[in-house]
Structure formats: structure tokens, C-alpha cells
Design a protein around this ligand. Structure first.
Ligand code: AMP
Length: 375
């Protein structure tokens, strides 16, 4: 029987008790997300630093249960250096009847990207961060997953500027039956086509990366909309009114609204991001890592019309990014396609609970290779 250890971990949400196998030691809180508290720990068997996320009663409602199930399924599917990997999953309860908590163990990074914002980044660091985001997103797209909720807190980094995408964004069915009422979906990084209720595709993730790049550069959220309408107003006041052809593709109600607004000129990107926004380090070796190329890729990622916006493939080939190109990172074989039917299942809470329990039992058997007795 494996030792179990209950550790108190203070978190900003109060006191969260973590009950994890004894091989995980030195727990301390490092974050709080929509699903619960996150602690750092050391895996004394491998010596590896890990992050442990506690999902408290993940089946308390259908939204939480679906999200937990989707996250676990996806984490088991993916294998890419820039996407967080699931090392273990664990529940201290060993019967379905007593099942209550899930702990997810992942590789630990130093902090999330929002902690980096405000610190000046030179071109090498900035372009490397963008390269890794693009590779990670390309890989998710290759599995049929459009993230749709990329933001600085969903990306974790190390001091050496290596980065991993922490979650898999929103399920495809969000906005229909799976409207995540409890979860605050960040609006700032939301693409114009989503704001305008148009069809969307993988380009929504490029828009988000553009917004994140601008924020890394200036230390300020590029488009901090206070609501849906304000988000659109900020998009056009900052980036200019889109073409009449784009507006003609909008639905009637959105088109009518857009046409009531003043026309804003397209900005010059060298005024939006003047030389003073860049940290230029003397002796930078790579010629293509310059202010002009940084602005060029930003402008292409921040095209309001998704048909004009740069694709992931072309962004990875852009001179500001392709200096980092590595075949096994850019063109990693796609994982098995994700079956979106999982997200769309309409199950009762008890059915979700049984599915989650089964999933955890399976992972525990595979990874920890141990059995525990019930509490
Ligand atoms: P999450 O609930 O997964 O959104 O995580 C909430 C916060 O916990 C993140 O924004 C990070 O600050 C932190 N965090 C989660 N997982 C990790 C990890 N693997 N490494 C470092 N920090 C993490």
C-alpha cells in the first residue's frame, strides 16, 4: 500500500488540503485556476519538480465534469515539448461511492506568462516565446483542436524562456449547450470573427498570439474591452475599420451596428509600436530579429479579417520566427484526432462521475502502478 500524505497548502483561496502519495514532498501553493488550487512539489522518486492541480469535486456540476474529463483525455493524447504533459493522476478515494477529488500532476514550470509581462524582453526572447506558442498551437490544430482561449495565464514559462501551453481552451460546443457560465472567458484575446458571431477557424488562435505579443512588448493589454461591444470598438479604434468586403460578410445585425460607427484609419504599426517599445540589445547576432520584422509579424497576426490574417504555417516561416525552426517541434506528427463527441455527450452528473473515476483508475494503474486502500 502506498503511503499517503495530507499536506496543508495555503492558497489565496484559503486553506486547501492536498492528499497525495508520499513520494510527492515539499508542497507549496503556486496558483489558483478555475478548477482549483495548484501546488508545487518534488517527486522524490524521479527527483523532478512537479505541479499538482487539485480538482475538488469535479463532478459538482456538468460544466466542471465535462471540463475535467476533456482536460484529462486531451492531456493523455498530446505529446509535444510546448504543451504541458500529464505525469500522473490520482484520487485518494478508491471507490466510486466515496470518489471526491482528482489530483493532476504535470511537469512544473516557473511561472505563468502574465508574470513576465512588464519585464522588457529582447528580440531573442520575444521571438522564441512566439515561436513556441505557434508550434504548440499548430500541433493542437493538427489534432483538430482550436484552443480559442489562449491568454498569458494559460501559458507557463521557465526562466530560460521555454514555454508550455497549460490547457486546451474551450470545447467546440461552447456557446451552445456547453456555455461555461461559471468560467469567466477572457475577452481581451478574442478574435473579431468570434466577437461578430462569424464562422471561425484556427486563425482565432493566431489573433490571440498577436495580442499576447503586443502585450509582451508594451506591458499593457492591447485590447482591454470592458464588454462585448467595447471589445469591438477597441479593435477598430486601435487597428482601424476593416474593409467593406469584410463588413459585407457579417450578419445583418452586426453589420448594421458596425455601419453606425465612425470609420477609423488603419494605424501605422511603427507608430503603434515605435522603436522605443523594443528592447534592443547591443550585439544581437541574428539580423532578422529586428524591430521591423517584429512589427511585420504583429501586423499580419493582428489582421482583423481572418482571410487576411497570417496562417500558423506562414507565421512559422516568417523571418522573425523561423530562426528557431526545428523540424521535430514544428512538424511533429499529429496525435490521434480528438473525438469531439466526448464534449458533446449529454450525460448526468453520476455518469460523468463514473467516467472520471474510470479514467483516474486507469491512469493510476498505468503510471503509479500501485493500489491504495480507501479512506
Ligand atoms: P490552471 O488551473 O491549470 O489554469 O493553473 C492556474 C495557475 O497555476 C497557472 O496560471 C500557473 O500560474 C500555475 N500553474 C499551473 N500549472 C503549472 C505548472 N505546470 N507549472 C507552473 N505553474 C503552474
Amino acid at each position: 500500500m502506498m503511503d499517503r500524505l495530507s499536506q496543508q497548502a495555503d492558497s489565496s483561496s484559503g486553506n486547501t488540503e492536498f492528499t497525495v502519495p508520499g513520494r510527492f514532498q515539499n508542497l507549496f501553493p503556486i496558483g489558483i485556476g478555475a478548477q482549483g488550487a495548484v501546488c508545487a512539489a518534488i517527486d522524490t522518486v524521479t527527483g523532478m519538480p512537479v505541479a499538482i492541480k487539485k480538482l475538488s469535486r469535479p463532478f459538482q456540476d456538468v460544466t466542471h465534469a465535462k471540463r475535467a474529463y476533456r482536460e484529462i483525455k486531451l492531456m493523455r493524447l498530446v505529446d509535444h515539448p510546448f504543451i504541458i504533459k500529464l505525469l500522473y493522476a490520482y484520487s485518494p478515494q478508491t471507490t466510486l461511492r466515496s470518489f471526491r477529488d482528482i489530483y493532476l500532476f504535470t511537469e512544473r514550470m516557473d511561472t505563468n506568462l502574465s508574470a513576465v509581462i512588464g519585464n522588457p524582453l529582447d528580440h531573442e526572447r520575444l521571438s522564441f516565446l512566439i515561436y513556441q506558442m505557434l508550434c504548440g498551437i499548430k500541433y493542437l490544430h493538427s489534432a483538430g483542436i482550436i484552443h480559442r482561449d489562449l491568454k498569458p495565464t494559460n501559458i507557463v514559462v521557465r526562466a530560460d524562456c521555454s514555454l508550455k501551453i497549460l490547457d486546451f481552451g474551450l470545447a467546440r460546443s461552447v456557446g451552445t449547450t456547453f456555455m461555461m457560465t461559471q468560467y469567466v472567458v477572457t475577452r481581451y484575446y478574442r478574435a473579431p470573427e468570434v466577437i461578430l458571431n462569424l464562422d471561425y477557424d484556427t486563425k482565432v488562435d493566431i489573433w490571440a498570439i498577436g495580442c499576447i505579443m503586443a502585450e509582451l512588448l508594451t506591458g499593457q493589454v492591447l485590447l482591454p474591452g470592458t464588454d462585448h461591444v467595447d471589445q469591438w470598438n477597441r479593435i477598430i479604434t486601435t487597428l482601424g475599420t476593416p474593409s467593406a468586403e469584410f463588413i459585407s460578410r457579417c450578419n445583418q445585425s452586426e453589420r448594421r451596428y458596425i455601419e453606425t460607427l465612425p470609420v477609423h484609419p488603419r494605424p501605422q504599426f511603427d507608430q503603434l509600436f515605435p522603436d522605443s517599445s523594443f528592447l534592443v540589445v547591443e550585439g544581437t547576432r541574428t539580423v532578422s530579429l529586428n524591430n521591423q520584422n517584429a512589427r511585420d509579424i504583429l501586423q499580419r497576426m493582428l489582421a482583423i479579417d481572418p482571410l487576411e490574417r497570417i496562417s500558423v504555417q506562414d507565421a512559422l516561416a516568417h523571418p522573425y520566427v523561423n530562426v528557431w525552426f526545428q523540424e521535430d517541434e514544428v512538424n511533429r506528427p499529429a496525435p490521434a484526432p480528438y473525438d469531439h463527441a466526448f464534449d458533446e455527450q449529454e450525460l448526468t452528473i453520476d455518469q460523468w462521475k463514473a467516467l472520471l473515476f474510470q479514467e483516474i483508475q486507469e491512469i493510476q494503474g498505468l503510471t503509479l502502478g500501485t493500489s491504495t486502500s480507501d479512506n
